[in-house]
Design a protein around this ligand. Structure first.
Ligand SMILES: *Cc1c(COP(=O)(O)O)cnc(C)c1O
Length: 359
């Protein structure tokens, strides 16, 4: 049985062509700055985003936390949406790695707006920590895969700069946003001091991330990367996968978005599905199951028998994510299986585990 894994876009395995590109990579010692493939990728990404420099990192978590460390001093505070990855899913990194406290801000769809940020900056007074950094997430993850319009990124950027804050973009799925909204990497890039991107999500690489910014910031980030244990040697193998992904896996993100919308449109019509987001901007969305049917973990257990894996997010909540390994022609079958399971109920399934992000 082929498994259709909708838990995350991180589950993709490298294609045969990507593996070939990795095999053929010219490599050297990256920590000594001598890996030609890494250097080529770093230049290409920096140029693409309209910045001076970029540095390869192991994961999105690592590049985000490198950014926090570079922008902030111990005792500083960062502003972020309450659902933000940096403060919820990175092991308490700002406090543990940089001595930085977090002040969270509400907002629909995981998105910030300047009206919600008003009054969030601490007065310059010996009692208070220094508000130093604004973190924006695009696309949003727990916010439901929402895509910021360019105008809103520009407003946030102007607000941050007017208040002497640095501004960082967690762009783990930024290429999804770029493809969905139609702005360029450079247009998005111009709004931020640093940008982190991931190669291991929609782009389909086994791992790898990059932090982008000005030359001095990225030079500091290299020192922090070393400190955090993320400086690698023949990293060209992973850079070759990323170069392959830039050439072949960006435009196709539109297919993932179309497939997510087809799934959402199909599910929305079913009795027993609640709070499915009105807007499916990119490749992921959330919904809730009527408790009379069973829990999200039980729904997942039932679908596993059909070869379909889904992400229970605690209680009744489910997240579905489309990606490179969910082909267009699988969508109808997934919808049929889900329709059947929802009609039958799944409260008889075992209550195994709690799901990856549940409390
Ligand atoms: C996945 C993700 C990251 C990075 O996660 P890693 O697993 O460390 O690569 C960062 N931000 C968001 C919003 C994400 O979804």
């Amino acid at each position: 049985m082929t498994i259709l894994d909708l838990r995350s876009d991180t589950v993709t395995r490298p294609t045969a062509e990507m593996r070939q590109a990795m095999m053929a990579a010219e490599v050297g010692d990256d920590m000594m700055g001598e890996d030609p493939t890494v250097n080529r990728l770093e230049h290409r990404i920096a140029e693409m985003f309209g910045h001076e420099a970029a540095v390869l990192a192991c994961s999105g978590t690592q590049s985000n936390q490198m950014a926090v460390r570079v922008h902030c001093q111990p005792g500083d505070e960062l502003l972020i949406h309450s659902t933000g990855h940096i403060c919820n899913f990175e092991g308490g990194g700002p406090a543990a790695l940089s001595g930085v406290s977090v002040r969270t801000v509400p907002g629909e769809g995981g998105m910030l707006q300047t009206a919600d940020l008003a009054g969030m900056i601490r007065a310059r007074d010996q009692h208070f920590c220094r508000t130093r950094l604004l973190c924006v997430e695009n696309t949003t993850n727990i916010g439901g895969g929402r895509v910021y319009p360019l105008s809103r990124l520009q407003e946030l950027s102007e607000w941050a700069r007017a208040h002497d804050l640095r501004v960082h973009l967690d762009g783990a799925r930024l290429f999804n946003a770029i493809v969905a909204a139609g702005y360029s990497a450079a247009e998005a890039g111009s709004c931020f001091d640093t940008i982190s991107i991931c190669f291991s999500k929609g782009l389909g690489c086994p791992f790898g991330s990059m932090l982008i910014g000005d030359r001095q910031t990225i030079q500091q980030a290299r020192r922090v990367r070393k400190l955090f244990g993320g400086s690698l040697r023949q990293s060209g193998f992973i850079a070759a996968a990323a170069i392959h992904a830039l050439d072949h896996h960006i435009d196709r993100l539109a297919d993932d978005h179309r497939n997510a919308r087809r799934l959402a449109d199909g599910l929305r019509t079913l009795n027993g599905i609640r709070n499915l987001s009105e807007t499916v901007d990119s490749n992921l969305f959330f919904f809730e199951l009527d408790p009379a049917l069973g829990t999200a973990v039980q729904f997942a257990a039932a679908l596993r028998e059909d070869g379909i894996l889904i992400g229970p997010m605690g209680g009744q909540r489910v997240r579905l994510v489309t990606h490179l390994d969910i082909p267009d022609d699988a969508i109808d079958g997934i919808l049929r299986a889900m329709t059947r399971r929802i009609a039958a109920g799944f409260a008889d399934q075992p209550l195994l585990g709690k799901g990856p992000f549940s409390k």
